[in-house]
Design a protein around this ligand. Structure first.
Ligand code: AMP
Length: 117
């Protein structure tokens, strides 16, 4: 496992963030470099998992929790017209922080042709 990530520091309260929602198990913050009018990061708190590639069967509940939190937060912040969920995996997948997290992007009409870019 590599050095402590920015998300571990945020969870520990060592660096500030713009918090949207928090429970015992999940933290939702605004991305510092938003790629859409609404760009949230849904981050599991219970343990560090570097990426989807590092998941084990027992992590099933954590993964489910990320998606259910996305659904609830989307409702809470009024994203009734839709949103995009993205999880980058590894270097070629565009992952820059080795701590698994879900991106929630919204606030504009997403281009159907840009998912693979
Ligand atoms: P990824 O590239 O999928 O690993 O996503 C990491 C995301 O974390 C990027 O969209 C960054 O803009 C975002 N990010 C990095 N540092 C911070 C921070 N201190 N607060 C909020 N978001 C951050």
């Amino acid at each position: 496992m590599s050095e402590v990530t920015v998300f571990e520091k945020i969870i520990a309260g060592e660096i500030p963030c713009e918090k949207v929602y928090e429970s015992d198990r999940v933290l939702v913050i605004r991305d510092i470099a938003p790629q859409a009018p609404t760009h949230l990061l849904i981050i599991p708190k219970s343990k560090r998992i570097d990426s989807v590639d590092h998941l084990v069967d027992e992590d099933c509940e954590i993964v489910g929790e990320l998606f259910l939190t996305a659904r609830d937060v989307a409702k809470k912040v009024g994203l009734g017209s839709g949103y995009r969920l993205v999880m980058n995996v590894g270097r070629d997948g565009g992952q820059t922080v080795p701590y698994m997290h879900l991106h929630l992007l919204a606030g504009k009409k997403m281009d159907e042709s840009t998912i693979g870019e």
